[in-house]
Design a binder for this molecule. Structure first.
Ligand SMILES: Cc1cc2nc3c(=O)[nH]c(=O)nc-3n(C[C@H](O)[C@H](O)[C@H](O)COP(=O)(O)OP(=O)(O)OC[C@H]3O[C@@H](n4cnc5c(N)ncnc54)[C@H](O)[C@@H]3O)c2cc1C
Length: 383
C-alpha cells in the first residue's frame, strides 16, 4: 500500500472537498432538520462523478478505484453524514451489486442514468422481521409466464423515497439457505410497489429511510440480476467486500468533529489562555487525531486490497468496526471540548455524532463485525 494518493485521485478529492465545503456544509443543519437533501444538490454530485465512482467509464461512471471511493466519502462525511450515506448506499450497495452481477444488457440500460445521478438506486435486503439474520427474509418472487411477481415488505431502504430503481433481494425457493434467494431490478414505475413514509431517525436525517412494499408487483423476466438463487451470495459479497466504505463515513465524521474542536479550543479562553493550551484538552485532541489516522489506514488498506484484486473480508470488517466505534469516541470528546456549546445544534459536532451511530449498525452491526472477524481469525489461525 502506497500511503501517497495518486495525482488523479488528489484532484478528484479536491473537487469533492470544494463541493462539500460550498454546497453541503452550509446546508447540512437545515437538511438534518427538514429530513431531506434537495434534488438539485444531488444532481450536482452526479455531474462531478460522485454517483458513479467505481462504475466503469463505458457505462458513464468515473471508473475510479475503491480507494477513491473511501477518499471521497470521507470528504463528504466531514461535512455531512447524510450526504455521505446517500453517496455510499447508491455506489456501494446498489451500483456495486449491478457492477458485480448484472447482465451486459442490464448494465447498458441502467448504469448510465444511475452513474450520472439522473436516477438514484436503492438496495433492499432488510425486512421488518430480519436484519442481521437476513437469510430469513420472506419477500417472495414467483415465476409466471410473463416474468416475476414480488410480494413482501422491505424496511430501512436508504434513499427509497427518491430512488428510481430498487435492487430487491427476494426468496425464490421456499426453504431457508443461501442458495434460495435471488436479486431483482424493480423500477419505481412498476405496478404493485408502494413506498412508505420516511422513518423519523436519530441521525442521518437528511437521507430518507423508508419501508418499501410489494403487492403482486409484476416485473419482466429479464429483471433477474445474476444467477437464479444466487442473489444472497452476491449480496453478501457486496457487503463483505465493501463495508470499509461505511468506515470511511466514520473517518469523515470524526474528522469533522476534530476540526471543529480544534477551532473552538483555539478561540475559546479559560483561566486567561485558550483551551488548546490546557494539557487536558491537548491530550484529548491528540488521542482523537491518532485514532482517526489509525482508522483511516485500516479503511484505505481494505480499499487497496480490493483494488489489488484481493478483497479481504476480515480487513473490511476491522475497518468498519474500528472506524465506527472510534468516531463515537471522538464525537463525545469533541462535545466535551466545546462544553455547553457542543451540546447545542449551533455546532456540527452533535449532528456528526448522531449520524455516526448508524455506522455501528448499518451493513452489519458491530456485533456482526466481531463475529465475522473472529470466524475469519479462527479459520486463519487454525489452518
Ligand atoms: C438509517 C438506516 C439505513 C439503512 N439502510 C439500509 C438499506 O439501504 N438497505 C438495507 O437492506 N438495510 C438497511 N438498513 C438496515 C440495517 O442494515 C439493519 O438495521 C442492520 O443490519 C441490523 O438489523 P436490525 O436492525 O434488524 O437489528 P437486529 O438484527 O434485530 O439486531 C438487534 C441487535 O441484536 C444483535 N444481534 C443480532 N443477532 C445477533 C447474534 N447472532 N449475536 C449477537 N448479537 C446479535 C445486533 O447486533 C443488534 O445489536 C438500514 C438501517 C438504518 C438504521
Amino acid at each position: 500500500m502506497d500511503f501517497e494518493l495518486p495525482e488523479d485521485l488528489v484532484a478528484f478529492r479536491d473537487v469533492t472537498r470544494d463541493f462539500a465545503a460550498e454546497r453541503i456544509a452550509p446546508h447540512a443543519r437545515e437538511w438534518d432538520a427538514n429530513k431531506w437533501i434537495p434534488e438539485d444538490v444531488v444532481a450536482e454530485a452526479g455531474r462531478i462523478g460522485l454517483l458513479g465512482v467505481t462504475t466503469p467509464e463505458q457505462y458513464g461512471g468515473a471508473g475510479q478505484s475503491m480507494l477513491a471511493m473511501s477518499v471521497i466519502i470521507e470528504e463528504i462525511a466531514r461535512c455531512d453524514g447524510s450526504f455521505a450515506l446517500l453517496v455510499e448506499a447508491h455506489n456501494g450497495l446498489c451500483l456495486q451489486h449491478l457492477n458485480l452481477a448484472a447482465s451486459e444488457a442490464q448494465k447498458t440500460k441502467y448504469l448510465p442514468d444511475l452513474a450520472s445521478g439522473k436516477m438514484i438506486g436503492a438496495w433492499c435486503l432488510s425486512e421488518p422481521d430480519c436484519g442481521t439474520d437476513a437469510e430469513a427474509l420472506t419477500t417472495r418472487a414467483e415465476k409466471t409466464s410473463a416474468g416475476w411477481v414480488l410480494n413482501g415488505q422491505k424496511l430501512w431502504v436508504t434513499s427509497g423515497k427518491r430512488a428510481g430503481l430498487y435492487l430487491v433481494i427476494a426468496r425464490t425457493k421456499a426453504e431457508r439457505g443461501s442458495r434460495t434467494i435471488s436479486a431483482f431490478i424493480v423500477e419505481r414505475s412498476a405496478k404493485g410497489i408502494d413506498v412508505g413514509e420516511p422513518e423519523d431517525k436519530m441521525g442521518m436525517r437528511g437521507t430518507d429511510t423508508v419501508p418499501v412494499s410489494f403487492d403482486n408487483c409484476e416485473i419482466p423476466e429479464e429483471n433477474l440480476v445474476g444467477e437464479l438463487h444466487h442473489g444472497y451470495v452476491d449480496a453478501l459479497k457486496v457487503l463483505d467486500e465493501g463495508r470499509f466504505s461505511v468506515g470511511a463515513i466514520s473517518v469523515g465524521l470524526a474528522r469533522g468533529c476534530l476540526e471543529e474542536a480544534v477551532k473552538y479550543a483555539a478561540e475559546r479562553k479559560s483561566f486567561g489562555k485558550p483551551l488548546i493550551k490546557h494539557q487536558a484538552i491537548q491530550f484529548m485532541l491528540a488521542d482523537m487525531e491518532t485514532e482517526i489516522e489509525a482508522a483511516r489506514i485500516l479503511v484505505r488498506q481494505a480499499a487497496c486490497a480490493h483494488d489489488a484484486g484481493r478483497p479481504d473480508k476480515e480487513r473490511c470488517c476491522m475497518a468498519k468496526l474500528f472506524a465506527s466505534e472510534m468516531a463515537s469516541r471522538v464525537g463525545w470528546k469533541a462535545i466535551q471540548i466545546l462544553g455547553g456549546a457542543g451540546y447545542t445544534k449551533d455546532f456540527c459536532v452533535e449532528r456528526l455524532l448522531r449520524d455516526n451511530k448508524l455506522c455501528e449498525i448499518g451493513e452489519g452491526t458491530s456485533e456482526v463485525q466481531r463475529m465475522l472477524i473472529a470466524r475469519e481469525q479462527f479459520e486463519r489461525r487454525s489452518a
